[in-house]
Design a binder for this molecule. Structure first.
Ligand SMILES: [Zn+2]
Length: 187
């Protein structure tokens, strides 16, 4: 199980995309592309295990299939972005990590922050980043003792974060809001 499910992470990590943090229109398409590639790389055993987890998920924010679930984390974050901002505030930091281009320092960028003892990876933390979340959710997904709903969350977040992590503007910062403050060239 550990080995086969880790293929989901590796398959996603094998693909690089280019997308700004705020470019949500491109975001869904990019995540689906990564999802299709990841799906094609799963072993039959891993596919059965992943499908069983997804089949137990009752969330209706996206379609329930593997490829559609790669977009779930963005839709969850944005579902109250213009209203209460509860989900948005609790989860928006986990989609990226600002590693300074001029002085890269993983520890300063948050990587390696421990979870409070006994806490699930899905809890809101003041200091959160995509590197820590991939590590934490991968551990939960691989652990048969993880509670069912949390394990489903771990899978959905991993399906999404493995591609967020490999988008250059999600993992680098040049004092420009992770690229968001760079003016777009005239087309
Ligand atoms: Zn994202």
């Amino acid at each position: 199980m550990v080995r086969s499910l880790s293929l989901v992470v590796l398959a996603g990590a094998a693909v690089s995309l280019t997308s700004a943090r705020g470019a949500n229109a491109w975001g869904d398409e990019g995540h689906r592309i990564v999802g299709r590639i990841a799906l094609s790389l799963l072993t039959p055993q891993a596919r059965r295990q992943v499908d069983a987890l997804l089949a137990a998920d009752t969330d209706t924010l996206t379609a329930p299939d593997f490829v559609a679930r790669t977009t779930w984390a963005d839709h969850w974050r944005d579902s109250d972005r213009n209203t209460t901002k509860i989900r948005y505030t609790a989860t928006q930091q986990r989609h990226f990590v600002d590693i300074e281009l001029t002085a890269p320092d993983l520890a300063q960028a948050c990587a390696g922050s421990p979870l409070p003892a006994g806490s699930p990876a899905s809890i809101e933390l003041a200091q959160d980043c995509v590197l820590d979340k991939v590590r934490q959710f991968a551990a939960e997904l691989a652990d048969q003792e993880t509670a069912g709903p949390e394990r489903i969350l771990a899978l959905k977040y991993l399906l999404h974060f493995t591609s967020d992590l490999h988008q250059p503007l999600h993992a680098a910062d040049n004092h420009d809001g992770g690229g968001n403050d760079v003016p777009q060239p005239n087309s």
